[in-house]
Write a protein that binds this ligand. Structure first.
Ligand SMILES: *Cc1c(COP(=O)(O)O)cnc(C)c1O
Length: 365
């Protein structure tokens, strides 16, 4: 009964909720540092906008063009409004890209490790994913390895920048040089879910390249910087020639009116996002100093999370969970991916980490 590409997939495993996981483990509370959620929360302007949402609109289908949001995003990013595509989070965008561009037997090319949804959605479409390992010493995406991985079957290349889970960032000039060597028939998707967290680079986004390369698609999300993960809003800047078909593949009413309203309010509250960034930069600096001081191997991160190496990641994951914190202990073998929390949470986790490392085998160097 199942399509061949679906039959070969692993069965679904739910991530559940912190509340249900805590209840099952008999814990009073559990903080999720495994989803890269925003520890500051969400702009109060969003709460206000939701409270003022006209309830009588509930019976009507939402605006299929998300026009006020589209206009605001296009204006600030200086991109043509008709090249924007909105989706129910970037996860839907990734599925939409795969449904639009991948046939059974095609190849999708990505660094490894990277965001797992690319491979899953490509597999659902029936495509094979080819992995180009990141540089082990630095965790950086190996663009040369990606170029080498291109074959006649390659249709889509995924570049997560900064990369989840390694946290590393590629300069725009490096991506431009890479694009110049990629055949024009291959779509290059740059996932900029964490681009707002890049520090000390004046213009970190590849948006400046969209007029130069007609095969470049850039993805952004409201889930991380804007603290709006629950509302499921993401968008892409899509090449002009590709957007009419992509819009047709998209489900027509994929963003609810309430989500459009929330996203617009979040987009406009620049003071709030600046506060989020200030707190994040401080946390990142503090965590980096902590790992350096204790000689814990980690990659240089430009995101709101960090990937670090320990001898017993699963045991550490279980220990932290027992003490109320969820981290990713099996995304990359031998490594932990952990989001930065509030200063109080971070201080507690650092204490727990040191306790754990004292009582177990020495650190992996
Ligand atoms: C969180 C994340 C997304 C997905 O975000 P949603 O918009 O919430 O679906 C996409 N890409 C990367 C790299 C992410 O880490």
């Amino acid at each position: 009964m199942l399509r061949k590409s679906i039959a070969g997939l692993p069965d679904y495993v739910s991530d559940s909720t912190p509340e249900r996981i805590a209840k099952a483990a008999g814990l009073a509370k559990l903080t999720r540092l495994s989803f890269n959620e925003n520890p500051v929360g969400t702009s109060p302007k969003v709460q206000e906008a939701i409270a003022n949402w006209t309830f009588s609109q509930a019976r009507s289908y939402p605006d299929p063009d998300a026009m006020p949001l589209r206009t605001a995003v296009a204006g600030r990013l200086q991109v043509p409004a008709d090249q924007l595509l909105f989706s129910s989070g970037l996860d839907e965008m990734i599925a939409l890209i795969c449904r639009t561009f991948l046939d059974v037997g095609d190849e999708s090319l990505q660094p490894w490790p990277t965001y797992p949804e690319y491979q899953l959605q490509a597999a659902i479409a029936g495509a094979v994913t080819v992995n180009a390992p990141v540089d082990d010493a630095t965790g950086r995406i190996d663009l040369q390895a990606l170029l080498t991985g291109i074959t006649a079957k390659t249709k889509v290349i995924w570049l997560c920048n900064p990369n989840n889970p390694t946290g590393t960032y590629l300069q725009v000039s490096e991506i431009a040089e890479f694009m110049a060597q990629v055949p024009a028939e291959i779509l290059v998707v740059v996932d900029e879910a964490y681009i707002d967290f890049v520090d000390q680079v004046p213009n970190p986004s590849v948006l400046s390249l969209i007029t130069k390369f007609a095969n470049l698609l850039v993805m952004r999300t409201f889930s991380k910087l804007y603290g709006l993960a629950n509302f499921r809003v993401g968008f892409s800047i899509v090449p002009k020639t590709l957007i009419p078909k992509m819009q047709n593949v998209r489900l027509p009413y994929n963003i609810s009116g309430l989500s459009q309203t929330a996203a617009l309010a979040a987009w406009k509250d620049v003071a709030f996002t600046q506060k989020v960034k200030r707190q994040l930069f401080a946390a990142r600096q503090q965590w980096t100093a902590f790992f350096d001081h204790h000689h814990i191997r980690h990659y240089a991160t430009q995101t709101n999370f960090m990937l670090y190496q320990v001898a017993q990641p699963q045991a550490l994951g279980a220990f932290l969970k027992q003490h109320g914190y969820l981290v990713r202990d099996s995304m990359v073998p031998g490594w932990i991916r952990q989001s930065f929390g509030t200063p109080e949470q971070d201080a507690e986790v650092q204490g727990l980490l040191l306790d754990f490392l004292k009582t177990t085998s020495p650190l992996a160097k």
